[in-house]
Design a protein around this ligand. Sequence first.
Ligand code: 16G
Length: 240
Amino acid sequence: MIDKSSPVPIYYQLEELIKKQMENNELQPGDALPSEREYSELHGISRMTVRQAISNLVQNGMLYRQQGKGTFVAERKIEKQLLGLTSFTEDMQGRGVRTWSEVVDFQKVPANLYIASQLEMIVHDEVFEIKRVRMAEGTPMAYETTYLPAKLLQGLTEEAATQSIYLYIDEHLSSPIGSARQTIEASTANDMEADYLQIPEGSPVLLIERTSKLKDGTPIELAKSVYRADRYKFSVDISR
Ligand code: 16G
């Protein structure tokens, strides 16, 4: 309930109330939210306050607006642990979600300076360049460009890339994937990414770059992943 005598801002109390209703499944993904007027009458608060609460929840991706139709509850975000070097396939299978990839590009290209430096190769050495849309139960979740040293993975096929590349590496190389360095940046979907991810152009996305090494120290992967910010959040447990 909203407590007007509390020092906690009313818009924030309403946000928490709506979040709680989502947690309790009183509001489920796809449900239409009551109108601003209904909230304002129900709680005896101004429509401005209701608007602020709803805008905040739209901004963090918990709700979405559809022009002329109203505001709806978004799908829940997948929470991914930042620690732990897992693959997309493992992340999805661990949640019992059916996953596959649409391979939109699969070719061997000469490494440019940046790719070569990340993979500790010589410029112009061949790399596989693989572009994939990563799917979860039919929903595109991420658009990924992966560079792999061609010399180490001669037999890699487009067919294998529709499944798990990590699995392929672990099965075909003598040393398994051991470590990685990863950066995460805020970005927005460009025209092509928006198309593949089925989101409006300019939507927020998380740009993640990972450079992975085998246990024996050999660099094996440079991956640039564009994850949908409306479907993903990253968490890490910290202490001091
Ligand atoms: C994840 C990794 C990506 C890796 C891919 C392998 C992040 C941010 N990125 O998407 O670096 O190439 O998994 O997935 O987690 P796969 O084994 O299912 O092909």
